[in-house]
Design a binder for this molecule. Structure first.
Ligand code: PLP
Length: 440
């Protein structure tokens, strides 16, 4: 469960009224709850405790240094997909033996950096990458461990097309049949192929999807047993769900999914295999919200349009994926309770008057909207709205499009709010271009 609740009609993050955050740090602003991050980490740890996996939080879902550090302090490892993320991971204080490095396009430079840093496991996505890894490791005089990311041709029907990664039509992984020969130890001088990796997409609502892929991995390990290749690690990736609507119970489903996966993997565990999971959104999505202020309300041809101060540059998911986030005024009647209960009960009640409203941003793009025709209670210019479930793929996808600086990030613990990323200024927007001006 997360820590975003209405108290007497005012939204609170943990014990802090969000009004204080906007007063102090302005709008728009991303706000995270430290207790929620810790709670989700421990729910996941418990859900998979039967496997005692190495948990590597997916840095790309939420890459702020303070949040990475908070999770690292809980014992988390980190899953990185670029040299930049590796830099963040090391700055957050994780030891290299808890870092896994994924991604289809690792450059020679990135590989060199990761080999030097002593990254625990490379998740490899092509034969070319394996050869490059071997060459770089040999030059550096190091031995490295590799897991092959296989493409199991398994897709969850309820995973959005743009974030489904386990099917045969995607660029991810190596088709299983082609992968076998790559496990052959003789092929390499400095690489030990010791693992099998999958990441099926995000989110994966059905546990059955994982189980289908795990069956294929088990077959593969059985076939590989006949060769002189020893598989030590199975990495089942991330994609465990978060709560985006007001209906589901993600914590319950996480525990259930974990139990089913653990059960299916018991056989491999008894054979001495160790496990890795790479959760992103299941830890961070419900630990963050975006607060945004209404600039104008206008009447369109046939619709009410509210223009807010955050746009697709701040939160891209609705534009990129058609994602639906619950949006609600941070001040609503006099009710107290969890945000899902408050927004859900108002949707059902005959007392609250709801009006269909478009929530749009200031960016000069038609696709710059957070909701179209959404039933929402009345609010005025200057009202602060909360966009929920924004802790994953929110700030980490933000850009400066339209030359708008990225918003600040604030981490709340109890009644304390800590600025963990400053708002970008106009100077920040141009700093890397001054070199091109004659007089600079
Ligand atoms: C993005 C990604 C994850 C995390 O996915 P979530 O849905 O946020 O859990 C894990 N592993 C890999 C390889 C990824 O690319």
């Amino acid at each position: 469960m997360d820590h975003f609740n209405f108290v007497d009609g005012h939204l609170h993050v943990e014990h802090l009224d969000v009004r204080q955050i906007v007063e102090q740090h302005g709008s728009p602003v991303y706000v995270y709850s430290a207790h929620t991050l810790k709670n989700h980490y421990s729910v996941l740890k418990d859900a998979f405790s039967a496997l005692s996996p190495l948990i590597c939080f997916s840095v790309k879902s939420c890459s702020n240094l303070s949040i990475l550090k908070l999770l690292v302090d809980q014992g988390s490892g980190l899953d990185v997909v670029s040299g930049g993320e590796l830099h963040r991971a090391l700055m957050a204080g994780v030891t290299a033996d808890k870092i896994v490095f994924a991604g289809v396009g690792k450059s020679r430079e990135e590989i060199r950096y990761a080999v030097e840093a002593g990254v625990f496991l490379f998740n490899v996505e092509s034969e070319g990458e394996l050869l490059r890894l071997d060459e770089v490791a040999t030059t550096a005089g190091k031995r490295i461990k590799v897991a092959i990311r296989i493409n199991p041709d398994v897709a969850d029907a309820d995973t959005p097309e743009k974030t489904s990664t386990g099917g045969r039509q995607t660029k991810f992984g190596i088709p299983m049949e082609r992968a076998y020969e790559l496990f052959e130890p003789k092929r390499y001088s400095s690489v030990d192929v010791v693992g099998i990796h999958i990441h099926l997409g995000s989110p994966i609502p059905s546990a059955q999807t994982y189980l289908s892929a795990i069956d294929k991995i088990e077959d593969m390990i059985n076939r590989l047993k006949a060769t002189d290749c020893a598989i030590e690690f199975v990495n089942i990736g991330g994609g465990f769900p978060a709560q985006y609507g007001t209906e589901s119970n993600p914590v319950g489903s996480l525990t259930e999914t974990g139990a089913l996966i653990c059960q299916r993997l018991q056989g491999l565990k008894q054979r001495g295999i160790r496990f890795i999971i790479e959760p992103g959104r299941s830890i961070s999505a419900n630990a963050g919200i975006l607060l945004t202020t209404v600039e104008y309300i206008k009447q369109g041809w046939d619709r009410k349009i509210a223009i807010v101060d955050a746009g697709m540059n701040v939160l891209l998911r609705p534009t990129l994926y058609g994602a639906n986030h619950v949006i609600w005024p941070t001040h609503f009647e006099n009710l107290s309770g969890h945000w899902t209960a408050i927004t859900h009960s108002a949707q059902l009640s005959d007392v609250t008057h709801l009006e269909e409203t478009d929530i749009v941003g200031p960016i000069c793009e038609t696709g710059d909207h957070f909701a179209l025709g959404r039933a929402l209670p009345a609010f005025d210019n200057g009202s602060v709205l909360a966009i929920f479930s924004c802790g994953a793929y929110g700030m980490s996808m933000a850009s400066q499009y339209n030359s708008r600086g990225r918003p600040p990030e604030v981490l709340v613990e109890g009644i304390n709010a800590k600025l963990i990323r400053a708002r970008e200024t106009h100077e920040d927007l141009v700093v890397h271009e001054l070199c091109g001006l004659d007089n600079a």
